[in-house]
Design a protein around this ligand. Structure first.
Ligand SMILES: *[C@@H]1O[C@H](CO)[C@@H](O)[C@H](O)[C@H]1NC(C)=O
Ligand SMILES: *[C@@H]1O[C@H](CO)[C@@H](O)[C@H](O)[C@H]1NC(C)=O
Ligand SMILES: *[C@@H]1O[C@H](CO)[C@@H](O)[C@H](O)[C@H]1NC(C)=O
Ligand SMILES: *[C@@H]1O[C@H](CO)[C@@H](O)[C@H](O)[C@H]1NC(C)=O
Ligand SMILES: *[C@@H]1O[C@H](CO)[C@@H](O)[C@H](O)[C@H]1NC(C)=O
Ligand SMILES: *[C@@H]1O[C@H](CO)[C@@H](O)[C@H](O)[C@H]1NC(C)=O
Ligand SMILES: *[C@@H]1O[C@H](CO)[C@@H](O)[C@H](O)[C@H]1NC(C)=O
Ligand SMILES: *[C@@H]1O[C@H](CO)[C@@H](O)[C@H](O)[C@H]1NC(C)=O
Ligand SMILES: *[C@@H]1O[C@H](CO)[C@@H](O)[C@H](O)[C@H]1NC(C)=O
Ligand SMILES: *[C@@H]1O[C@H](CO)[C@@H](O)[C@H](O)[C@H]1NC(C)=O
Ligand SMILES: *[C@@H]1O[C@H](CO)[C@@H](O)[C@H](O)[C@H]1NC(C)=O
Ligand SMILES: *[C@@H]1O[C@H](CO)[C@@H](O)[C@H](O)[C@H]1NC(C)=O
Length: 811
């Protein structure tokens, strides 16, 4: 030690090759750039020297002031109050005396800053030397006879904190002492060279090597975080954004389909499952997280977090606000950032935040939890994580869509890489941005940056950071022009979309509405249809259109109606399907036409008459025809033997099913039907009514085409007497009167009873009945001469399959 100091001192004195000489009194700032000193890992090329009454301080950042953070060596100064600086360049090879004295010193010496201190009488008090050994440094002190204290103190301070305190007796310092002032620093904390210490603040093992380089290795697991007291606790975040799952340790996985998967099933909270259900939006080949389901097996409940902040508890919608509401042990709340569900058990807390697009699942608690599900390891086999009760049939089918040529993947990548730049760097120490940039580029290179998607990934990263580490990334929104709250969440708030819809932007972001999902829409877009084909019922027809398909073409369903403008579409508020229909009681202006084989019911969905709008309107004219075709009533004659005075026949054929009855009465009011016990006199007037039940009167009427009597059950019996011919009374029989024929679903006729001459026994009355589609009054037979001249003889429409009915009575 003695020798070394003298060696240095001798060099400086003997050679006199000092580069510069700067002097100071009381204090001074000195340029040591020609012999910079690396002090605890930090290289300085200036020193600030200062005395106070008892101390001499050499500082590197500024003039020494007690209590101010600085890197300093504070020494006893004796009575010195002035000094100067000489810098001496000199190679001191490794293995020299000084290296033997200080075994931690590994580098060769390069130069030395020599500071002789004197008092006002210019007598030498003390000499201080700072030697540059590359990334290491030494401090040497020698006292002279003018130094009157019994010892010399030398405190090394880093960042204002004393990292070493040394005291040397003047007996030693008068010969010269030398000490190592090398070290490392990490996050402002100083470490001595060749040391390994545990840092409880960061739960890491810090190693300071001889080159002044410190390294820290955390002893917490990848899902854990240091609690600051040396203990690691579970603190981990899983993010699902779009189709990408960033699991608890940062592995990225894209869910390729539209099924439901287990995101997490923490062993520490038995019975809790967090499930994610994916759905496509604008493209068939990109799926998005659509809903997050918290399944509580023990309580047998399921809480579903959906788009627009909608929350359902077992299919019942819950109204939430910022005040947490506890439902089966789950705290539920809603604010401008989304819906949060929080559940705790066994000191573990799981909080699930969902804003309709992104979910953050944050889990904290004691370390060592086992975590099945995609959040635990996103590389797990998908089929094993699939939840069948939340997976629609065919959800795993893979679709391909043509690439979107408007996407510039280079620009997208540049945008996504913002996550690796300031101000996001404030977070990079806590959460690796790489998985988020990967998720961002994967999605945005394929899917258009609409519906707030562009900001979604930045938002997700900033939020994950705040949740995980309480670090707020400041100013990123202004730098990126992203709005203060998740856009999708705010604009879709409380908007309910049906299963085949999602909430998104339309008109270039000018408005938000429920848009058709791509796979749903593709079924119709290829044919240009707005919905399902016409459903024809027996007496009704309906057309069901999808509201979202209409809106894609800027059609507002509420301005549409049928031929009769009071018949408007009815929207089902769960399915968002709009139904237009008519039936026999409200025909809605349906036009019925017929040819020999078919009856056609036709109506049209059209836009409201323009006179009902104001001065202008933005409705595209709509004209959607829909028709139902029915085959003609196909009724076969049934041979029924009757001995009664009334008969009902049930007739079913094709779409038509009706009852046809024939009853005889003794008075024109047709109240009291003739019973078989009644006695009817010969030449007594009777009224026979032919009546149908179950036909749509507004569309179809009954025409009695002909009635005749035979003496045998067969309508073609050899004896035949005509009462009605071609819908009109037999002109040869003046007793016959026909009433209401072709006007409705019943008609009747009257005649005077008779018997076949020379015959006794049964008389069989047969009628041939036809159905006629109502078109004006064309179903009414024209019986008078005058009428016949005006019109063609019979209804335009002739039933090829008439119904036959007969009534028998005995004399
Ligand atoms: C320190 O000295 C060097 C030359 O030794 C000179 O180049 C440099 O500008 C000086 N720095 C200051 C801050 O005076
Ligand atoms: C001189 O500095 C030392 C070290 O901080 C301090 O303890 C002491 O009080 C100071 N003395 C005077 C007179 O300022
Ligand atoms: C580092 O210090 C240990 C003792 O703490 C010592 O045994 C070892 O030799 C030192 N290593 C070097 C390279 O100086
Ligand atoms: C939040 O909701 C709860 C329960 O529905 C209600 O009691 C409370 O008044 C609401 N708070 C606010 C601020 O609306
Ligand atoms: C939760 O933590 C507290 C305090 O650390 C401990 O006393 C208690 O046993 C823990 N409970 C469970 C269920 O682990
Ligand atoms: C994650 O899951 C995959 C597939 O099952 C497996 O190969 C891998 O080892 C798992 N990784 C971890 C860290 O458990
Ligand atoms: C994207 O970048 C690649 C490589 O940097 C370049 O070859 C390519 O031309 C760029 N494409 C566009 C559209 O700018
Ligand atoms: C997060 O930081 C805020 C202020 O920055 C502080 O008030 C709060 O206590 C911190 N929370 C945690 C959990 O550290
Ligand atoms: C649908 O309408 C019914 C009755 O009008 C109403 O009770 C229900 O809340 C509505 N549902 C939705 C999802 O709007
Ligand atoms: C009746 O109309 C239908 C539908 O227009 C048509 O398909 C059919 O060929 C027509 N039949 C006759 C006989 O004209
Ligand atoms: C529209 O309404 C006006 C007045 O009510 C009527 O004169 C016109 O015929 C209607 N046009 C159509 C196409 O129904
Ligand atoms: C026809 O009559 C039968 C028996 O009285 C009855 O069950 C049925 O509902 C009737 N059908 C129609 C279409 O009125």
């Amino acid at each position: 030690m003695f020798c070394f100091f003298l060696y240095l001192a001798a060099l400086s004195m003997l050679t006199g090759t000092t580069a510069t000489s700067q002097t100071f009194t009381n204090s001074g700032e000195m340029n040591i750039s020609s012999c910079p000193i690396t002090y605890y890992g930090q290289k300085y090329d200036k020193v600030y020297v200062a005395f106070n009454a008892s101390r001499f301080a050499v500082c590197f950042i500024g003039v020494y002031k007690p209590g101010i953070k600085n890197d300093c060596i504070v020494m006893s100064g004796g009575t010195a109050d002035r000094g100067d600086l000489a810098i001496l360049s000199r190679e001191i090879p490794t293995g020299s005396g000084v290296h033997k004295l200080l075994p931690n010193l590994k580098n060769a010496g390069k130069c030395v800053n020599i500071i002789p201190l004197k008092d006002s009488q210019q007598s030498e008090i003390e000499q201080v030397e700072l030697g540059n050994f590359g990334t290491q440094a030494i401090l040497a002190i020698k006292t002279y006879s003018g130094y009157t204290h019994v010892d010399v103190e030398a405190d090394a301070k880093v960042n204002g904190l004393t990292v070493s305190k040394q005291k040397f007796q003047t007996a030693e310092t008068s010969k010269g002492v030398i000490t190592d002032v090398s070290g490392c620093r990490l996050s402002g904390v100083a470490y001595k060279t060749n040391t390994t210490v545990k840092d409880p603040n960061t739960c890491s093992t810090v190693t300071c090597d001889v080159n002044g380089v410190a390294g820290a290795v955390s002893y917490c697991g990848p899902m854990e975080r240091c609690q600051g007291d040396g203990r690691c606790v579970l603190n981990t975040i899983c993010t699902v954004t779009g189709s990408t799952v960033i699991d608890f340790v940062g592995r990225v996985r894209s869910v390729p389909d539209r099924c439901g998967y287990t995101l997490m099933r923490p062993s520490s909270i038995p019975g809790l499952k967090v499930l994610g259900v994916f759905q496509e939006r604008r493209r068939k080949d990109v799926s998005f997280l659509d809903r997050v389901i918290l399944q509580l097996d023990q309580a047998g409940v399921q809480i579903s977090l959906e788009q627009g902040g909608r929350v359902q508890l077992n299919n019942k919608v819950l109204m939430l606000n910022a005040t947490a509401q506890v439902v089966h042990g789950v705290e539920l709340s809603k604010d401008q950032m989304g819906v949060t569900a929080k559940i705790s058990a066994s000191n573990h807390t799981v909080s699930v935040l969902f804003d309709g697009s992104v979910t953050l699942i944050h889990m904290t608690g004691p370390s060592g939890a086992h975590m099945p599900g995609l959040c635990g390891n996103s590389s797990r086999t998908l089929s094993k994580e699939k939840v069948s009760e939340h997976s629609a049939p065919g959800c795993e089918i893979h679709y391909d869509d043509a690439a979107d040529s408007t996407i510039d993947c280079n620009a997208t990548t540049e945008w996504c890489n913002l996550l690796k730049q300031a101000p996001f760097t404030a977070c990079s120490r806590h959460i690796d941005p790489e998985p988020f940039t990967t998720a961002c580029t994967r999605t945005l290179c394929k899917y258009p940056a609409v519906d707030g998607l562009k900001c979604q990934f930045l938002e997700a990263y900033a939020r994950a950071c705040t949740r995980h580490s309480n670090v707020t990334v400041e100013g990123w929104r202004s730098k990126t022009s992203c709005s203060a709250f998740p856009q999708d969440f705010v604009t879709c708030q409380d908007r309910f979309c049906s299963a085949h819809e999602f909430c998104g932007e339309s008109n270039n972001g000018a408005e938000t509405r429920c848009l058709c999902r791509a796979i749903f829409a593709s079924k119709y877009k290829s044919t240009g249809a707005f919905g399902e084909p016409t459903v024809c019922g027996q007496k009704s027809a309906s057309v069901t259109l999808a509201k979202c398909l209409l809106e894609d073409k800027s059609i507002d369903y509420s301005v549409l109606h049928l031929n009769d403008q009071t018949c408007t579409g009815e929207m089902d508020n769960l399915t968002h399907m709009v139904m237009f229909s008519f039936d026999s009681s409200s025909t809605c202006g349906t036009v019925v036409t017929a040819n020999n084989s078919q009856i056609i019911y036709k109506n049209t969905i059209m836009t409201r008459n323009s006179s009902m709008f104001g001065l202008i309107n933005r409705q595209i004219p709509v004209h959607i025809d829909f028709s139902c075709f029915y085959s003609q009533p196909d009724v076969n004659s049934l041979a029924i033997k009757l001995k009664h005075s009334s008969v009902i026949q049930q007739i079913t054929s094709g779409e038509w099913s009706y009852n046809l009855s024939m009853k005889a009465y003794t008075s024109s009011d047709r109240v009291q039907a003739i019973q078989s016990s009644n006695e009817i006199q010969l030449d007594e007037k009777i009224w026979v009514e032919l009546k149908t039940d179950g036909l749509a009167e507004k569309m179809v009427v009954v025409v009695t085409d002909s009635c005749w009597a035979t003496d045998q059950p067969s309508p073609s019996g050899s004896l035949r007497y005509d009462l009605i011919i071609k819908g009109c009374p037999n002109p040869a029989d003046q007793t016959v009167k026909v009433e209401g024929n072709g006007l409705g679903t019943s008609n009747y006729f009257s005649f005077n009873t008779f018997q076949f001459s020379g015959k006794t026994g049964d008389v069989y009355l047969h009628c041939r009945v036809e159905l006629c589609v109502r078109q004006g009054n064309t179903c009414t037979p024209t019986c008078s001469q005058a009428e016949r001249r005006r019109r063609s003889a019979m209804p335009k429409y002739k039933d090829e399959n008439p119904a036959f009915i007969n009534l028998a009575w005995t004399y």
